[in-house]
Write a protein that binds this ligand. Structure first.
Ligand SMILES: Cc1cc2nc3c(=O)[nH]c(=O)nc-3n(C[C@H](O)[C@H](O)[C@H](O)COP(=O)(O)OP(=O)(O)OC[C@H]3O[C@@H](n4cnc5c(N)ncnc54)[C@H](O)[C@@H]3O)c2cc1C
Ligand SMILES: NC(=O)c1ccc[n+]([C@@H]2O[C@H](COP(=O)([O-])OP(=O)(O)OC[C@H]3O[C@@H](n4cnc5c(N)ncnc54)[C@H](O)[C@@H]3O)[C@@H](O)[C@H]2O)c1
Length: 509
């Protein structure tokens, strides 16, 4: 399969490789695409210009969760009489940072490289860009070029990058983005955070735990895409950690003066901080990828010619195929770069569908299992995306919110329950505070959304995901008996809130 030749055209500085599949980007998503194509019998090259393992492993999911866990564990212990007496000390910031360093392997990717090799994937280090259909040019760290010809497919899995909003002075103030926040070495005394989404909430939590005086500037509420009670609980929780949460607030001008940053909030108030962190969303990383050489528009969203690309996302179908206009599809966009769902687990799910689709097409076979919920499509992206925000308290949500379900025209029945009223929750933590909501499609009698807010709710989420994906009738859920005394008994209470009438099978076993 492998054919490496030295091309003399550029004075010996270029190498040519032929392979079946090229994956650009070795984040969690690219790694999974490559794993599936190798499993499908295809020779696969993965291209990476930074660390194998991607944003998630070194600057996102892993370091943030490593920094968040100590505070969560300490607070949990303090809510259990007997343990609380042993948990009176302070969080050790230096040890927290060291723990983070261990979890990111000191930003060394040897372990991930070893996995890539063990999976039979070929790694080429350098910056990859398309150079026409099925042709990728990689510029290595030494400037040498490798030209890779893919017999069957190219998968773009280049992830996303943070955006800086056009606030006067902000870009010039050298703001922190999520990388600086997750890789922090010297903990600032004062940190201002612009944004009210997931990055802002989680970073505010771990910096408060590290001892920083944090101010969150959110232009509306917190976690706006979730049920309103989630953001409200998190705002209270952050305030409890000493965070100054400014809702309906906005920085209108920012200026760095030496070691300080001044943020003008437009209401006469000026905030002074040592650093400012921006958490206002991310955009797909498609710049400089040579998508125009594949016949794709390069002016942003919307179709220009066939697929769309440029600074915007790469539009894909449910098997992550990009429409290049060619008779046989060859280009795929998977994970953050397609903008469908900026979450590692969802990207990996897409990767399994895309990798298997590439393998089937390479055999010249039709992709038969491409209907909803088939092996070659990522149907759940539209209906059942689970997400956990590891704040104080935790928020775990999947599927539609009540507002989204109503906006979609559904007849909706909603059940709310205070999780603290469940015996298992009271035993888990004294004075447990939290809330759960089920959103039920009252025509189909199935759960379409669920939200849990409170300590340790993350592990409650998967049951809801299964109920939604499996379209389990509510009357059958009454037979899924939660063990006593676990927090999962909240499911029983939620069903009771929906009404005992929902237990009637109507003859449909
Ligand atoms: C602070 C933070 C915390 C997060 N926490 C979570 C969490 O707890 N759970 C969760 O599910 N999600 C979380 N996310 C989201 C998650 O990080 C992303 O969804 C995930 O990393 C996407 O994976 P990916 O492989 O698509 O992209 P990435 O992880 O960004 O990987 C893309 C890779 O491609 C490489 N690359 C890019 N362009 C090129 C090129 N031209 N040539 C060669 N290589 C290239 C990059 O160097 C990178 O290694 C978090 C995000 C942030 C910012
Ligand atoms: N635990 C997790 O799953 C996790 C953790 C962190 C990040 N992520 C992922 O990373 C992605 C990026 O996170 P994020 O928090 O940056 O984005 P986000 O989309 O979650 O939140 C963006 C926030 O910025 C605000 N905003 C946008 N433009 C603004 C402006 N001009 N001025 C002021 N505020 C503005 C929005 O109102 C919103 O509150 C998310 O989509 C998320 O999926 C996931």
């Amino acid at each position: 399969m492998e054919r490496d030749t030295n091309a003399s055209g550029t004075g010996g500085a270029s190498t040519e490789i032929e392979t079946d599949v090229v994956v650009i980007g070795a984040g969690p998503v690219g790694e999974n695409v490559a794993d599936r194509t190798v499993q499908g019998g295809l020779d696969t090259v993965i291209v990476e210009h930074e660390l194998v393992g991607g944003e998630c492993s070194y600057w996102a999911c892993v370091p943030s969760k490593a920094l968040l866990r100590p505070g969560a564990a300490l607070r949990a212990a303090r809510r259990v009489p007997g343990a609380a007496e042993a948990a009176g000390g302070h969080l050790d910031a230096a040890r927290m940072l060291a723990h983070r360093d261990e979890e990111v392997a000191d930003w060394n990717d040897d372990g991930q490289v070893a996995w890539v090799e063990s999976a039979g994937i070929r790694l080429v280090r350098g910056h990859g860009r398309l150079d026409g259909p099925k042709r990728v040019i990689v510029t290595g760290p030494d400037g040498a070029e490798t030209v890779i010809h893919a017999r069957h497919a190219v998968a773009v899995a280049t992830g996303s990058e943070p955006v800086i909003p056009p606030v006067p002075g902000l870009a010039e103030a050298h703001p922190w983005m999520s990388r600086e926040a997750t890789a922090v070495q010297e903990v600032p005394e004062r940190l201002a955070i612009i944004g009210g989404g997931v990055v802002a909430v989680e970073a505010a939590t771990w910096f408060a735990d590290l001892g920083t005086r944090v101010t969150v500037i959110a232009r509306h509420g917190l976690l706006e895409r979730m049920e309103p009670f989630a953001g409200e609980a998190v705002a209270r929780g952050l305030a409890g950690l000493g965070v100054d949460v400014r809702l309906n607030s906005q920085a209108v001008r920012v200026e760095r003066r030496g070691d300080e940053v001044l943020l003008d909030l437009g209401d006469g108030d000026t905030l002074v901080a040592d650093d400012v962190l921006v958490g206002t969303g991310r955009r797909p990383r498609t710049e400089g990828l040579g998508l125009d050489t594949a016949g794709l528009g390069s002016t942003g969203h919307g179709s220009a010619g066939h697929g769309s690309a440029g600074h915007g996302r790469l539009d894909v179908d449910d098997s992550m195929t990009v429409d290049t206009g060619d008779r046989i599809p060859w280009l795929y966009a998977v994970g953050d770069v397609n903008g469908r769902s900026l979450l590692t687990h969802e990207g990996k799910y897409q990767a399994r569908a895309a990798g298997d689709t590439i393998a089937v097409r390479a055999e010249g076979r039709a992709v038969l299992d491409a209907g909803p919920w088939g092996a070659h499509v990522a149907t759940a992206d539209h209906r059942a995306v689970p997400q956990v925000v590891f704040g104080e308290p935790e928020v775990a949500a999947v599927g539609r919110t009540e507002a989204e379900a109503r906006a979609a025209g559904m007849a909706v029945r909603v059940a709310d329950y205070e999780i603290g009223h469940v015996a298992g929750a009271g035993l888990h933590a004294k004075g447990y505070e939290g809330r759960a909501r089920l959103v039920v499609d009252d025509t189909k009698h199935v759960v379409v959304g669920a939200t849990f807010v409170g300590q340790d709710v993350a592990e409650l989420l998967h049951a809801a995901t299964i109920a939604i994906v499996g379209e389990v009738p509510v009357h059958r859920l009454w037979h899924a008996v939660p063990a006593f005394p676990t927090m999962s008994e909240v499911w029983l209470r939620l069903l009771e809130e929906l009404g005992r009438d929902t237990a009637a099978s109507g003859g449909n076993a």
